[in-house]
Design a protein around this ligand. Structure first.
Ligand code: NAP
Length: 290
């Protein structure tokens, strides 16, 4: 029977810490502030944005929301990003994706100031992650690392397998495991003999977006299994990419869905916002050149 890693509990502990850091900044006259840009009325995006707002309120981060209509011209969105880049009281900026058709997320992202890029999606920050010298970590992979640390299992020297190679999860996840001296294999939809590879994994991270894809026979006994996936099954129930009922008796540690990686993602966004505020403080004090 595996030990369940509760992302809910780890996130709650981290938020207590973040609350203290926010208060310390406020005591020094700085209110960490996150600006979120939401374009259009995608229902899922509205829910994500509301969750971010609630999380900011919980820890005392000031939250500003900029809601633009679906038909917003690209230059108007770019103007807003540039204004927020220049705005000294805003420390973090997040552009909620997906953007409506006709707006180029990549182009808008490149306008964003890297030092306010709390999602760590700007190519500059992606490059920093690649060389292992970063200010901001992408929220989901960073949350996964926190959960692995919580198990007490050392990454050094372990076989780490990441299934999924997206820019927001799989690729940066592999870099973070590599930085901690894991021996990392990245698998994707064209990988041959997937089961043979996953069965070698001491640490298995699954981020593919296919409900209950990873079965018990794909997992090495005692492995740490982290399930990033969020899918609705035929009954409308939220399930991960891992078949929990089959894998839990085999694994050493496993994250549930819900209550695993999910609560960590927003928590890491809060952490990045505090970091951005601290960086701006250092910059103002002249002790940091960005
Ligand atoms: P994505 O951009 O769709 O990427 C999926 C990856 O999985 C791709 O690299 C794809 O390979 C690979 N893949 C698909 N089918 C596969 C198969 N049969 N065998 C091996 N690899 C396969 O997805 P994502 O944005 O990384 O998200 C993945 C999942 O995590 C989704 O369920 C998403 O909702 C969830 N998620 C959760 C959080 C959270 O906070 N909990 C955050 C982000 C994402 P190719 O590259 O070859 O196509």
């Amino acid at each position: 029977m595996a030990t369940i890693i509760s992302g809910k509990e780890v996130a709650a502990e981290l938020r207590q810490q973040i609350k203290i850091e926010v208060q310390n900044l406020k005591n020094r006259g700085i209110t960490p502030t996150l600006a979120v840009i939401l374009v259009g009325d995608d229902p899922a995006s509205k829910v994500y944005v509301r969750n971010k707002s609630n999380a900011c309120n919980e820890v005392g981060i000031a939250y500003e929301e900029y809601t633009l209509p679906t038909e917003t011209p690209e230059n108007q969105l770019i103007d807003l990003v540039q204004t927020l880049n220049q705005s000294p009281h805003v420390h973090g900026i997040l552009i909620q994706s997906p953007l409506p058709a006709g707006l180029d997320f990549k182009k808008v992202l490149e306008i964003l100031s890297p030092e306010k890029d709390v999602d760590a999606f700007h190519p500059y920050n992606v490059g920093k992650i690649m060389i292992g010298d970063y200010e901001f970590l992408p929220c989901t992979p960073a949350g996964v690392m926190e959960l692995i640390h919580k198990t007490g299992v050392e990454v050094t020297g372990k076989n780490c397998v990441v299934i999924g190679r997206s820019n927001i999860v799989g690729k940066p996840q592999a870099m973070l495991l590599l930085k901690e001296n894991g021996t990392v294999t990245i698998c994707h939809s064209k990988t041959k003999n997937l089961k043979e590879i996953t069965r070698q994994a001491d640490i298995l991270i699954v981020a593919i977006g296919k409900g209950e894809f990873v079965t018990g026979d794909m997992v090495k006994p005692g492995a740490v299994v982290i399930d990033v996936g969020m899918n609705r099954n035929a009954e409308g129930k939220l399930v991960g990419d891992v078949n929990f009922a089959q894998v839990e008796p085999v694994a050493g540690y496993i994250t549930p869905v819900p209550g695993g990686v999910g609560p960590m993602t927003i928590t890491m966004l809060l952490k990045n916002t505090v970091k951005a505020a601290e960086l701006s403080e250092k910059k103002c004090n002249g002790s940091l050149k960005l």
